[in-house]
Design a protein around this ligand. Structure first.
Ligand SMILES: [Zn+2]
Length: 243
């Protein structure tokens, strides 16, 4: 296996435009970034067993990033999970996830496996297996508890993930320091509040990156392209990217 293998369970924004699945990806078959509502369906399509996931890493609590978690918990509870799982997310993730999951699937928390809830305090590294992540505070929806991007390391490679955000200092830092930056790009030229777009923001992000580093756009609408930017790619549902 290459050092870094990304399998996209979705590439779309919250509106699922053009039938795109909501954004999320699995790193090296073991680490799921984001839990979009269709996570179980997408994992099945990619032939990734949810019980083999070691961790779920969440950027924030908007439904397109978070509401697949009750379904994952349901699967783990009733489909034979025995291995522990780590759930990493911004503050209040455990409280919110527990409340929603128990309300919509009563009895979903039971015996059988352990859940290790980890609050990703910005600036502190979290290690799960061979993956290390460090949350960075980005600027998104002020009504949420917190929104994080992540610096991540695995198998000697590093990658950044912006979560959902406007263009801010944390994004520029991720751009400067990442071998691969997986960046949200919610629209082509539409100025969607609290998001970045292809025409106004992404060229600035690309310009800050090292020339040989790669930029992978996700959380998109269907009219988002690489737009001629160097070493820039657009994620597609159920496709894999290797580094
Ligand atoms: Zn969001």
């Amino acid at each position: 296996m290459p050092a870094l293998d990304l399998a996209f369970i979705g590439s779309g924004n919250a509106f699922m435009p053009g039938g795109l699945c909501c954004n999320g990806f699995v790193v090296n078959e073991r680490y799921l970034f984001e839990a979009p509502p269709q996570a179980l369906m997408s994992l099945a399509k990619l032939k990734i067993d949810p019980n083999e996931l070691d961790a779920v890493v969440l950027s924030h609590h908007h439904g397109d990033h978070f509401l697949g978690l009750p379904f994952l918990l349901l699967h783990w509870r009733w489909k034979g999970r025995t291995r522990p799982v780590t759930i990493v997310g911004p503050k209040n993730t455990r409280e919110l996830a527990s409340r929603i999951a128990e309300d919509v699937f009563p009895g979903v928390f039971g015996e059988g496996f352990a859940i290790n809830w980890v609050e990703a305090t910005p600036g502190k590294c979290v290690r799960v297996g061979d993956l290390t992540v460090e949350g960075v505070l980005v600027q998104h929806d002020d009504l949420l508890a917190e929104t994080l991007g992540y610096k991540s390391w695995i198998n000697g490679r590093n990658f950044g993930y912006t979560g959902d955000t406007i263009l801010c200092d944390a994004v520029m830092d991720l751009a400067r320091t990442s071998e691969l930056l997986i960046s949200e790009c919610a629209s082509r030229d539409l100025k969607v509040p609290v998001h970045m777009n292809l025409v106004d923001d992404i060229p600035i992000v690309r310009e800050a990156m090292a020339p040989d580093s790669q930029l992978l756009l996700t959380h998109i609408s269907p009219d988002v392209t690489a737009n001629g930017l160097p070493n820039t790619f657009v994620a597609e549902d159920f496709k894999r990217y290797r580094l």
